[in-house]
Design a protein around this ligand. Structure first.
Ligand code: ADP
Ligand code: ASP
Ligand code: MG
Length: 424
C-alpha cells in the first residue's frame, strides 16, 4: 500500500506566488518519492492579522461567529492557489475546505477542537492519484457552522488529518529550520534540536514557542503521529523530529526557553476566605471557555478574613473575563478587580529537570542578576514559569538561554519578519 504523507505549509511559506511555487515543488517531490500527499495550508503571509485588524476597525467586539466567517477565508485563498501551482507543474491536484471534507469540530467559535474527520472523500481522491490540498485552521460543526481552531491552528489540522488517515508522517514546513532551544528571533545563537519529546514540545508550545500549535503536539502524542518541523527553504535538512520520551536518550536539564507575551494578569481583591469562592470564579470562567493559566491565592488577612486571587489568562480573553468577573463581583463580595497587560510569562522546559535539584534556584538567581522581578511562579514536573514585566522578557530569555548552556555555534537563519506586536 502507498504511504500517506501529510505536509503543512505555514503563512510565510506561502506568502507570495514565488513561495507558493516553492511549496508546490516540495509537494511534488514527495509525490515523486512514491507517496500519496495531503497538504494543509495556512493563509498567505500576515493575511489573518490583516483580517483581524479590519474587523477591529469596524467593531471593537466583533461577534465570534462573524470572526470565524472572516478569518476562515484566508486559508480559502491559499488552497486554490497552491492547487493551481501544482496543476501548472503537470500534476493532478484538488483543493478542499473543511466543510467539504467534514473536519468536524465542537460548537465553539475561535478555539474549537476537532472531534472527527471524515476520510472517505480524501481516500477516494488519493486513489484517483490526486494530490489533496486542505484548508488548515477551519472546521465545521454538525449544524454547518464554520469554526476556527485558534491562532496557529493549521498545525493542528495537519496533525489531526495525519492521525485520521494513519499517515506515515506529518511534516510541518515553516520559516525556521526546526525547533530551537528558544525563538531564534530572540536569541540568534539558539541551537536547533535534532529531536525533542512530545512532552517537552507540548510544554514549550504552551509556554509561547509558537513554532507549533499546542493542540497539534497533544494530538500527535495521543495518536503517535511522527511529527517533523522543517524548513520550507532548505529541503534536505530534516529539521526536528518530535517523538515519544521513551525513545530519547540523555537530557540536558533544560531543553528550551520560551516567552509568552500574550498573557494578562487579573487580581480579584478582598474576597471572603471561605469555601466555594474560588470554585465559583473559575467555574464561571470555564463556562465562557476562558482558560486560566497561573493561579495564586494569598494568605487570608486576619482582621477582614479576606484574601486575593491572582491568575493569568490569554489577553484575547480579557474582555470576556472582565465581563464575567464584574457579573460575579457582588455575589462573591469581591473588592477591586485589577488588570495588568504589561506582563510576560518566561519558562524553562526540560524532561532532564526531573529529580535534579537546583534548577529553580538557578532560574531565580539568573533573573535576579538581571534585575528582573518575579511576579508569579508556576511549575510542572518538566517546566518552571515566571511571570515578569513585559519589558524584561527578552533579557530574561537571553540570560536563561545562556545560563542553561543552550547556545549553539552558528547563527540561526530566519526567513520571515517578526510582527511588531509579537516582538519580545
Ligand atoms: P508558520 O507561519 O510556518 O506557522 P509560525 O510563525 O507560526 O510559522 O512559527 C514559526 C516561528 O516560531 C519562527 O519564525 C520562530 O520565530 C518562532 N519560534 C518561537 N519559538 C521557537 C522555537 N523554540 N523554535 C523555533 N521557532 C520558534
Ligand atoms: N492563519 C491562521 C493564523 O494566522 C492559522 C495558521 O496560520 O495556522 O493564525
Ligand atoms: Mg504557525
Amino acid at each position: 500500500m502507498r504511504k500517506i504523507i501529510v505536509q503543512k505549509f505555514g503563512g510565510t511559506s506561502v506568502a507570495d506566488t514565488e513561495k507558493i511555487k516553492n511549496a508546490a515543488r516540495t509537494v511534488i517531490r514527495e509525490k515523486e518519492n512514491g507517496n500519496d500527499v495531503v497538504v494543509v495550508v495556512s493563509a498567505m503571509g500576515h493575511t489573518t492579522d490583516h483580517l483581524v485588524k479590519m474587523a477591529k476597525d469596524l467593531n471593537k467586539t466583533p461577534s465570534a461567529r462573524e470572526m470565524d466567517m472572516l478569518l476562515s477565508t484566508g486559508e480559502g485563498i491559499s488552497i486554490a492557489l497552491l492547487a493551481m501551482a501544482i496543476q501548472a507543474e503537470g500534476y493532478d491536484a484538488i483543493s478542499f475546505n473543511a466543510p467539504q471534507i467534514g473536519i468536524m469540530t465542537e460548537k465553539i467559535h475561535s478555539k474549537a477542537r476537532i472531534i472527527d474527520i471524515k476520510t472517505d472523500k480524501l481516500r477516494a481522491k488519493l486513489k484517483e492519484g490526486k494530490i489533496i490540498v486542505v484548508a488548515g485552521f477551519q472546521g465545521v460543526t454538525e449544524d454547518g457552522e464554520i469554526t476556527t481552531l485558534g491562532r496557529g491552528g493549521s498545525d493542528t489540522s495537519a496533525v489531526a488529518l495525519a492521525a485520521a488517515l494513519n499517515a506515515e508522517r506529518c511534516d510541518i514546513y515553516t520559516d525556521v529550520e526546526g525547533v530551537y532551544t528558544t525563538d531564534p528571533r530572540v536569541v540568534n545563537k539558539a541551537s536547533k534540536l535534532d529531536e525533542i519529546s512530545y512532552e517537552e514540545m507540548l510544554e514549550l508550545a504552551h509556554a509561547g514557542a509558537n513554532v507549533l500549535h499546542p493542540r497539534s503536539v497533544e494530538t500527535a502524542k495521543q495518536f503517535n503521529v511522527p511529527l517533523r518541523v522543517r524548513s520550507s527553504f532548505k529541503l534536505d535538512d530534516l529539521g526536528t523530529l518530535i517523538l515519544g520520551v521513551e525513545k530519547m536518550e540523555i537530557y540536558k536539564p533544560v531543553a528550551g526557553v520560551a516567552a509568552d507575551l500574550s498573557q494578562a494578569r487579573i487580581v480579584v481583591c478582598d474576597i471572603p476566605d471561605k469555601p466555594g469562592v474560588a470554585a465559583k470564579i473559575f467555574s464561571h470562567l470555564a463556562k465562557q471557555q476562558i482558560s486560566v493559566d497561573m493561579i495564586i491565592q494569598s494568605y487570608a488577612r486576619k482582621i477582614s478574613n479576606t484574601n486575593d486571587i491572582a491568575f493569568t489568562i490569554d489577553a484575547s480573553d480579557l474582555d470576556k473575563t472582565i465581563k464575567t468577573l464584574e457579573g460575579l463581583k457582588d455575589e462573591i463580595q469581591a473588592g477591586d478587580i485589577k488588570i495588568d497587560e504589561d506582563i510576560a510569562k518566561v519558562s524553562i522546559v526540560g524532561a532532564g529537570m526531573i529529580d535534579r535539584p537546583g534548577i529553580a534556584s538557578t532560574m531565580f538567581e539568573t533573573l535576579a542578576q538581571q534585575g528582573v522581578n518575579i511576579r508569579m511562579i508556576s511549575t510542572s514536573e518538566i517546566k518552571i514559569s515566571c511571570l515578569v514585566d513585559k519589558e524584561n522578557a527578552k533579557k530574561a530569555v537571553q540570560a536563561l538561554h545562556k545560563v542553561f548552556e543552550l547556545e549553539g555555534d552558528s547563527i540561526a537563519e530566519v526567513k520571515g519578519t517578526l510582527p511588531e506586536e509579537e516582538g519580545c
